[in-house]
Design a protein around this ligand. Structure first.
Ligand SMILES: [Zn+2]
Length: 92
C-alpha cells in the first residue's frame, strides 16, 4: 500500500459570503517589510522593549489578508474589514 505524499498546509483566512452564504478561503499573504519593520512589529507584538534582545524563534513572516475578496459562489467582490493583528502604527 502506497502512502500518500504528505501535504503542506498554508495559512489561510476563511469567510462566509453575506450574499449567498458560500464558505470561502483566501490564502494569507506574507507582509512585505524590511528587517527594521519586521523587528519593530515583533517588538510591538510581544511587548519587547527597544533595549531588550529579541529572543530566538520570534519573528518570521507576518501574514496579512487580501484587501478585497471575490466569492467563489456568486462571484461578487467584497472589501475586507481591516484587521491588522495589532500591527497598527499607533497603539490603542
Ligand atoms: Zn457569494
Amino acid at each position: 500500500m502506497n502512502k500518500n505524499e504528505p501535504v503542506v498546509l498554508r495559512p489561510a483566512f476563511s469567510w462566509d459570503c453575506p450574499e449567498c452564504s458560500h464558505g470561502n478561503f483566501e490564502l494569507a499573504i506574507a507582509a512585505e517589510m524590511s528587517e527594521e519593520e519586521l523587528e519593530e512589529a515583533v517588538r510591538a507584538m510581544y511587548g519587547i522593549a527597544e533595549w531588550d534582545e529579541i529572543p530566538d524563534g520570534l519573528g518570521g513572516d507576518f501574514l496579512t489578508s487580501p484587501l478585497n475578496v471575490v466569492c467563489a459562489g456568486c462571484e461578487k467582490e467584497f472589501p475586507v474589514l481591516a484587521d491588522d493583528f495589532g500591527m497598527d502604527e499607533e497603539n490603542e
